[in-house]
Design a protein around this ligand. Structure first.
Ligand SMILES: [Zn+2]
Length: 340
């Protein structure tokens, strides 16, 4: 018997012990069991040339060698996959002692915070919140509000036109008309929303800003109701009594028209930095709904009267949050927004 079975077995044990990964295991398997040139295969090929008398012993020794090689390869294969599994577990183990990643929470925009507060106050006073289109026909934006053809407010340098008959609404007063057409008095609505003007942005102007419009139509509504409503609103908004004053003014859709101020609640009218020394803070415009506006919206001015008011939410926010530039509200700068 010329084949050195013991030598081959020792050689295999030696080689299998140095297998480090799946690739070298595969190479070792090919080297020993490969169908064409494997060492074990070579030995099997010798079988035919073994004299008949020695063949049984050769066969036994061959089987033993084949067994050693196969079990050796299998054992190492299992060891390798176990090692790989533990490495995987190691890699994927969650270290619960590591500090967590912060989840960044957003919150409402300052204008939204104030708008909601305003809505809540009026809803408590029996008003409903109305919505209207931001693109309006010139009828709703002007004609129905008693702003006839040729009126300076219709000029294109103030209004952003979409086409000849359509414009981005320049005031939320348009919603008054929709509300009066849809419902019958008594009606109390507020309409907060965006309005658009061709203004050059600066510290106190933005081409898009938020307004709230209020409308109260019923039997026997008077200026005294308007005054009481404004006073109550200011009291609830600032949590302090603040007298309201009206100054005569002109808006085409009200008669009489006025601007209303509230007394500065910081200095109680003596004058301070907040009110720029005047003792009063400007709030917005108001007045009794013009009979022509009521009539256009299908309400008989002989039977009903009403008041309307409007003010800017952005300017109120600027004052409330002490901002020196209204554009901060639209810059989307997180350093600013995170302060609210
Ligand atoms: Zn003041």
């Amino acid at each position: 018997m010329s084949t050195n079975f013991d030598g081959l077995q020792a050689q295999f044990e030696n080689e299998v012990a140095s297998v480090a990964d799946a690739e070298s295991l595969r190479a070792l398997r090919d080297r020993w069991l490969g169908r064409k040139a494997g060492l074990v295969t070579d030995v099997r090929k010798q079988m035919g040339s073994i004299p008949a008398g020695d063949r049984a012993a050769f066969g036994k020794a061959f089987n033993a060698l084949q067994q050693v090689v196969e079990t050796g390869l299998e054992r190492v294969g299992q060891e390798l996959s176990q090692r790989e599994n533990s490495a995987l577990i190691e890699r994927e183990t969650l270290d619960v002692t590591l500090p967590g990643r912060d989840v960044t929470m957003g919150h409402e925009h300052p204008v939204t915070i104030l708008r909601r507060k305003i809505e809540d106050i009026f809803v408590r006073m029996g008003y409903s919140v109305e919505d209207g289109p931001e693109i309006e026909t010139t009828f709703f934006n002007f004609d129905a509000l008693n702003i006839p053809e040729g009126h300076p407010a219709r000029e294109s340098q103030d209004t952003m036109y979409v086409s000849e008959d359509l414009a981005l609404r320049s005031q939320t007063s348009t919603v008054q008309i929709h509300a009066m057409q849809r419902r019958t008095p008594p009606l109390r609505v507020i309409a907060p929303g965006r309005v658009f003007r061709r203004d050059t942005p600066d510290a106190t102007h933005n081409p898009m800003f938020f307004q709230v419009e209020g409308l109260n139509v019923g039997e026997g509504i008077t200026l005294a109701d308007l005054r009481g409503t404004c006073e109550e609103f200011v009291r609830q908004l600032f949590g302090a009594e603040a007298p309201v004053r009206f100054r005569a003014s002109y808006f085409p859709f009200v008669e009489p028209g006025c601007e209303f101020d509230y007394q500065c609640f910081v200095c109680k009218g003596d004058g301070c930095r907040v009110c720029k020394g005047s003792g009063w803070i400007e709030m917005g415009g108001a007045g009794m709904v013009h009979p022509q506006v009521l009539r256009t919206a299908g309400i008989d001015p002989e039977l009903f009267s009403g008041f309307a008011f409007g003010f800017g939410i952005d300017r109120l926010a600027a004052r409330q949050f002490d901002l020196d530039d209204i554009r901060l509200l639209y810059s989307n700068d997180l350093r600013f927004l995170e302060q609210f």
